[in-house]
Design a binder for this molecule. Sequence first.
Ligand code: M6R
Length: 353
Amino acid sequence: DKGAYPYYMLKEIDEQAVVARNISGHYYDDEGNLQGIDPEITDAIKKADRLYIVAAGTSYHAGLIGKRYFEQWAKIPTEVHIASEFAYDQPMLSEKPFFIFLSQSGETADSREVLDNVKKQGFPALTLANVMNSTLTREADFALPVLAGPEIAVASTKAYTAQVLVQAILASALGNPGFDLKAELAKVAVEIQAITDEKESFKKIAESALKDQHSAFYIGRGLDAAVALEAALKLKEISYIQTEGFAAGELKHGTISLIEDGTPVFALLTQKKTAGLLRGEVAQVAARGANTIVFASESLAKDGDAYVLPEVNELLMPLLAVIPAQLIAYYATLDRGLDVDRPRNLAKSVTVQ
Ligand code: M6R
C-alpha cells in the first residue's frame, strides 16, 4: 500500500533510512557484535581465492560498490559481472572461485542461468536477495536476506542501498574495515534521512536542469563512477531522457563531443584522491557549454555546487550520493507527466533471458 504517497518509488526512496536501521538491527546484536551470518558462509568464502559477483541492472551496480568492501576490508580479489554476459561468455576462473549473486527479486533469469552453470561446475554460491525463498536463494548453497522490504516500483531504489549495506556487513565479517562500521552505519541512516528530507531542492534541480532536455550525463571517478552508472540508469529508465553514466576521465576520449549548450552534466564528487581531477573535468565540460550540477561531500564542496552531501566514511558515500539521483529521476519523470512506477517496456522482475 502506498499510503499517502503518489507513487511507490517515492515511498521506497523515503524508506531507505529505516531500511538501513533494520539491516543493522538484524546483523548486529545489542553489544555491537555481528550476528545472522552463518559461520559456514564466512568459512566457505575464506577458502576462496577470488569472488565473482554476478547480477543484472541495479543489482550489478550495487556489486560494483561491494567489490571495494571485499577487496579493501576482506582482502579478497573480486570481479563483478553482468549475468547475461557471464552466462554465455564465462571468463577464465581462478582455482577456487566463490560466487555471490545479488538480486532484489531472486528470480532474474540471466542470474539464474549463471547459477545453474556454476553449480554444474561444482562451485559454491551465496545469494543476497531481497525476496527470500526465491529461486536464486533456494538454488544457491547459502543465502542472506537483504531486508529492504517489498519493492514495488520498477525502478529499484531501496534494494540498491540495502544490497550495498549487506555487502559491507558481510565484508566486515570477513576482514577488518578499520573503523566502527556499526557506528558509521547509524550515521549513514541519519544522513540518508537528512537528504530525503530535502526533496524540494532536488525537485527544483530536476525541473530546472532537465526541462526539455533529451540527454544528460552523470560523471564521477572511483566509487562515484559506479554510482554514476546507477544514477544514469535511474534517470533514463523512468524519464526516458537518454542518460550516460561515465567514468569522468573517459570523457576526453570521445564522449565530450556530445556536450552542447545546456547539456546537463551531474558530477558526483565524494572521493578525495580524485576530487581535483574531477573538478578539472567539470570545468572542461562547462567550458563547452554544459550545465554542470555538482553534488560534493562536505569537505570537498566549493561555492556554486548544487548540493553538499553530508559526510560519512568515504567508502560508504555511495549510500548517500545515490539518493539525490533517485529523487532527481523521480521529479524529472513526474514533471514529464509519466507513470513513475511503471515505465514503458519494463517489468519489475525480468524472468526471461
Ligand atoms: O531482481 P533483480 O535485482 O535481479 O533485478 C535486476 C534488474 O532487472 C533490476 O535491477 C533493474 O535493472 C531495475 N529496473 C533497475 O531499476
